[in-house]
Write a protein that binds this ligand. Structure first.
Ligand code: GLN
Length: 493
């Protein structure tokens, strides 16, 4: 089979291009590993490395922040040197190495393996998302639906990985669990490698056309070697959480300066669109800061304050907290995508700024429902898991109005030459969100270790009410400024 041309790929019939299905599979397995690892981290650190709860939480936050922060560099190197395809392959290889490194000696090599995972995800995650966007013509209204389907793949992987891996670790062996990361990443990589030709020119190295192969190779191998050489530095930063703060304070401003520098090469129209992208990125920090309470304060809330039954069936409230959102995304993301497409055919689809605004309104609704659990509590501070699940149901619609749309927007608003960078910045916002989530969660938890369960519930629900209020404000603000942001978007919806 000859490799297709760009026009052939983008002129596909039907709702989805076939390459989307391949990216779906590749990303699904990668997220399986990512969320599988995420689910294992704190448990592993506490039970195997002997860390205290607080230390483990800080360490967890640092790792999460670094994983997302490195997407920025992964995006830049894809734009400048590797292209998306090679970045993806390199990222997958690093993640495979990460899994097997930890499996070889879990307690001794844990942090080194984590560093491989951090860089690997940096090369993989933003670039696979950008490739999804490249399957579409700029004005193709099927793009959001495509990202909706892709998002479903993400969550199938997240759900299965989150469920399975920690179980393998706890019940069977940690070595096996980490080795499983390596094996599943190999499946992800093979899935992509087998279909690589079908992407034609999408994601080839940007140096392809300009440099002879020998010169190109020097840059590429330089990138590979450089990314391995920074491992000791990352190790130092991850294992000293004080450095995490420093890193978070500096990386954001630096990326903005870098973006400003890149913007010199573009005209007014393109730069206005980039400003619009920054507005979306800024609001997404806020969104994730609230949303990511899931891994922090909401886990503790589930642990201490929820009744272990759901509609009469016995459940582990923490599993509900971990899995409900993924399950709802799996059930509704493709549907949400098709709903946007349906509205667009009738010319009544809301623009992306309003979709973001709606995302925040759903988020607010969800947090007000978390707040309302106080009213369902008994005197021991134990409250309804059904109401808690309802909150996740509502928040999921917020996520669907914001997260896949945000991915889609980054690919629409950025000039081709810096799409990797902008996608990296989108995920960097998640890094800040994770980071802020930890701070918010810590601010809500009881300082007095002897506080009663009911008092803890009061504190948390109070905090969730406040988050709900701020989410509401953000939603209203977005809808109010939507005409302004639309102007910046210059005809992109
Ligand atoms: N859950 C989504 C994913 O894993 C979004 C994550 C994020 O941007 N914070 O891709």
């Amino acid at each position: 089979m000859n490799a297709p041309t760009l026009t052939e790929i983008r002129s596909f019939k039907g709702t989805y291009p076939k390459q989307l299905v391949y990216l779906f599979g590749t990303e699904m397995w990668e997220r399986f590993c990512f969320y599988g690892m995420r689910g294992m981290l704190t448990v592993f650190m506490v039970t195997q490395l002997g860390l205290g709860d607080r230390e483990a939480n800080l360490q967890y936050g640092a790792i999460q922040a670094f994983v997302y922060a490195f997407t920025f560099l992964g995006g830049v190197f894809a734009d400048k040197i590797l292209g998306f395809q090679k970045s993806l392959v390199w990222g997958a290889l690093l993640m495979i190495a990460g899994g097997f490194t930890i499996a070889a000696a879990p307690t001794e090599l844990f942090y080194i393996g984590i560093c491989f995972t951090i860089i690997g995800t940096g090369f993989f995650k933003p670039n696979i998302s950008t490739m999804v966007g490249q399957l579409y013509h700029t004005d193709d209204h099927r793009r959001d639906a495509g990202f909706g389907l892709f998002y479903m793949g993400i969550n199938i992987g997240a759900f299965l990985g989150g469920l399975l891996m920690v179980w393998v670790g706890k019940e069977y062996s940690w070595r096996a669990a980490f080795a499983l990361v390596g094996v599943v990443m190999i499946i992800s990589l093979i899935n992509f490698a087998l279909r690589r030709r079908s992407f034609g020119p999408i994601g080839l190295s940007p140096l392809h056309a300009d440099l002879p192969a020998s010169r190109r190779r020097i840059y590429e191998w330089g990138t590979y070697a450089g990314s391995l050489a920074v491992i000791p530095l990352i190790l130092l930063m991850v294992t000293n959480t004080a450095y995490t703060d420093l890193f978070m304070y500096t990386i954001g401003p630096l990326t903005l300066v870098y973006l400003a520098w890149e913007m010199r090469q573009f005209g007014r129209e393109e730069n206005l669109r980039l400003l619009a992208a920054l507005v979306f990125i800024f609001f997404s920090v806020l969104f994730w800061a609230f949303f990511e309470q899931s891994g922090g304060s909401l886990s503790l809330f589930a642990l201490n304050n929820l009744r272990p039954t759901l509609f009469g069936m016995p459940v582990d409230p923490n599993s509900v907290n971990n899995a409900a959102n993924s399950l709802f995304v799996i059930a509704f993301s493709a549907l949400a995508g098709l709903f946007w497409l349906w509205l667009s055919k009738r010319k009544i689809e809301p623009n992306s700024v309003v979709k973001f605004g709606l995302g925040f309104l759903f988020l607010a609704g969800g947090f007000y429902i978390f707040k309302s659990t106080l009213g369902f509590a008994d005197e021991n501070g134990i409250t309804s898991t059904e109401v808690f699940t309802l909150a996740w149901f509502v928040i999921t619609f917020g996520e669907l109005a914001l997260s896949p749309i945000g991915l889609s927007l980054m690919t629409k608003l950025s000039p081709v030459r810096i799409q990797g960078l902008m996608m990296g910045m989108w995920f960097l916002a998640s890094a800040y969100g994770q980071y802020a989530a930890g701070l918010l969660g810590a601010g809500m938890s009881a300082e007095d270790p002897g506080a009663t369960n009911y008092a803890k519930l009061q504190l948390y629900t109070d905090g969730y009410g406040q988050l709900g209020f701020y989410a509401l404000l953000a939603g209203v603000a977005l809808i109010l400024i939507s005409p302004l942001v639309r102007k910046l978007m210059r005809g992109i919806h």
